[in-house]
Every structure is written in C-alpha cells, then in structure tokens.
Design a protein around this ligand. Structure first.
Ligand SMILES: Cc1cc2nc3c(=O)[nH]c(=O)nc-3n(C[C@H](O)[C@H](O)[C@H](O)COP(=O)(O)O)c2cc1C
Length: 198
C-alpha cells in the first residue's frame, strides 16, 4: 500500500484533519439517512476494541419521538428547579438536529482483562469514528451531554441496567463553514520517551 501523508492526496486524512463540531443551531435537514447512519456505525465498529466487548451502542430518536424527549427534558428542568423560561429552552433542545442519536456506554468492571479505562477508550474511539464518518459524508455534527444525562427518568428511557448515557449527537447539513475553536498544537502531545538511565 502506498502511504500518502499529504492530506491533499489522501481523502481519509483530509476528512480527519478538517472535522470540527457544529452546533445544532447551524444545522438544517437533511441529516444522514438510514443507510448512511449504518455506514457511520460500521465505521464506529472499526475503532480499537479490546476483548471484543463493543461497550457502546447508538439509539436514533425519530422526529415523531421528539415531543416525548421534550417531556423528559422538561422533567429534568423542573426537578433541577429551573425557571419557566429555562424549562422552555430545555424542551426546545429535544428538537435539536435533523437527526438525533443517543450514545450509550456499557462499562463492565468485572472484566479483569479489559479494565474500565480501556472500555471507555473503546467507547470514545467508536464515537470519534462515528463523528468522522458523518463528517466525511458531508454532515455537521456535535455531541451534547450535561447533567440531564444523569437524570434518572432520562437514563431509564435510554439505558438498560449497567449502561450509561454519554450524550446526544445532533447531525445535519451545515449552514455555515466548520470553524476550529482554537489552533491544534501537536508539540505537547508528541514527544520522545525520556528513558530512565540505568
Ligand atoms: C462526551 C462529550 C460530551 C460533551 N458535552 C458537551 C456539552 O454538553 N456541551 C458543550 O458545549 N460541549 C460538549 N462537548 C464538547 C463538544 O461536543 C465539542 O467536542 C467541543 O465543542 C469541541 O469542538 P470540536 O469537536 O470541534 O473540537 C462534549 C464532548 C464530548 C466528547
């Protein structure tokens, strides 16, 4: 295989280097269709996965289900003592993104060979592959979580026993250019090992 490290000649690398999150207010329909979503999940399944645990799954929330999600978000807002205005904002968040998915993790701390931190890395790797795949297809996306991902009614609505709700992923067609939040610095992230002297 020829190795192309030049992004201009390597579409996969160019996609990886140009992904940035896009807030739902900058998205319109269409979002990815069922086939595209399956492809993105296939890409997620290509993330490194110790012990074949695949400790994650994604759940699509349809347009028809948004009002039910809004009711749950309202429940969270009311039990958190938010004002009527904040309750309305929280309800509105259920309608974010032409396509909306919940990202769910299942971390099993009884697997001796694959400790929880390795399972979390797999969850994150799969999530990153999913985000990069939808980006490569030309969509904008962003994951949002917040305290509501720990709210019992919301957790119950999405998770089975032993699962955790990581966040909600909005995906759609971008209405503006993707913008980096800050310049990425490779320097502090890559160094030669300072080996102990014997
Ligand atoms: C699991 C997870 C949950 C997140 N939750 C939130 C959130 O609730 N609110 C928020 O503003 N950003 C949240 N972020 C960060 C954004 O999704 C996004 O990654 C960040 O704005 C950086 O943008 P970038 O992806 O273009 O680097 C979360 C990121 C991750 C990985």
């Amino acid at each position: 295989m020829t190795v192309h490290t030049d992004a201009a000649h390597n579409a996969a690398l160019a996609a990886l280097l140009s992904r940035h999150s896009l807030g739902p207010r900058w998205m319109v329909a269409p979002g990815p269709n069922d086939e595209e979503l399956k492809l993105a999940v296939q890409a997620a399944l290509r993330a490194p996965n110790h012990g074949r645990l695949e400790p994650w799954r994604a759940v699509v929330i349809s347009s028809e289900q948004r009002p039910a999600l809004a009711d749950l978000f309202e429940q969270f807002a009311r039990t958190s003592g938010k004002s009527e205005e904040e309750v309305a904002i929280e309800r509105e968040r259920a309608f974010n993104g032409p396509v909306l998915l919940a990202w769910i993790a299942r971390i099993d701390d009884t697997v001796a060979k694959v400790p929880p931190h390795e399972q979390w890395i797999c969850v994150g790797g799969a999530f990153a592959n999913f985000m990069n795949a939808v980006h490569a297809m030309g969509y904008g996306a962003k994951i949002l979580s917040g305290r509501k991902c720990q709210h019992p009614a919301i957790v119950r609505a999405f998770c089975e026993e032993g699962e955790q709700l990581v966040g909600f992923i909005c995906v759609g067609t971008a209405t503006r250019e993707l913008e980096p939040r800050e310049k990425d610095e490779v320097g502090p992230r890559l160094s030669a090992w300072n080996s102990p002297t014997s």
